[in-house]
Design a protein around this ligand. Sequence first.
Ligand SMILES: [Zn+2]
Length: 185
Amino acid sequence: MRVETILNKCQKFKSFIYKSVKWGLHDDKPCLEAVIIPRLNSKAICACCHKPASLYDKLTIRRFEFVPLWGYRIFFLYRMRRVDCKQCGVTVEEVPWTTGKHTLTKAYMKFLSDWAKKISWLEAARSFKTSWRKVFTSVKYVVEYGLKYRDFSNVESIGVDEIAIQKGHKYLTVVYQIDKYCLPI
Ligand SMILES: [Zn+2]
């Protein structure tokens, strides 16, 4: 099976395709490099207003780190396009695998932040041969995303407790939802 097939199975994009996957080097260690190109006839999307816009030019190739495979780091290589948006002017396009100036893909940030819930951030960084800073960036991204899209519409009852976390007077306020359907059966 080709690596492109595996990538298409776990991270398929509507308007982009994996052109090729080759061995590369990152920090003098072998890694996998997946070259991504826009799908034929797909229009670039303006990152500001999220609408299709006409092509302005292409920038240099950027690398975006994806979830490692068999212990090898994977990088998406893509030449970002700039668009000339009628509404926003010249802006960089929006791509589905990352956001803003991140060098990590959304999938990898989610992956690292999931591990950061189970083990220490330093252990997570060491386990996946990355840096503490990248784990921190991932947690920050996921928390900001969660805060942006949080939905309290189904919360009717909450409970509030204060628990002591260390000797002395250090307390933590715990807020939890106690609606009937949240209770264990
Ligand atoms: Zn726009």
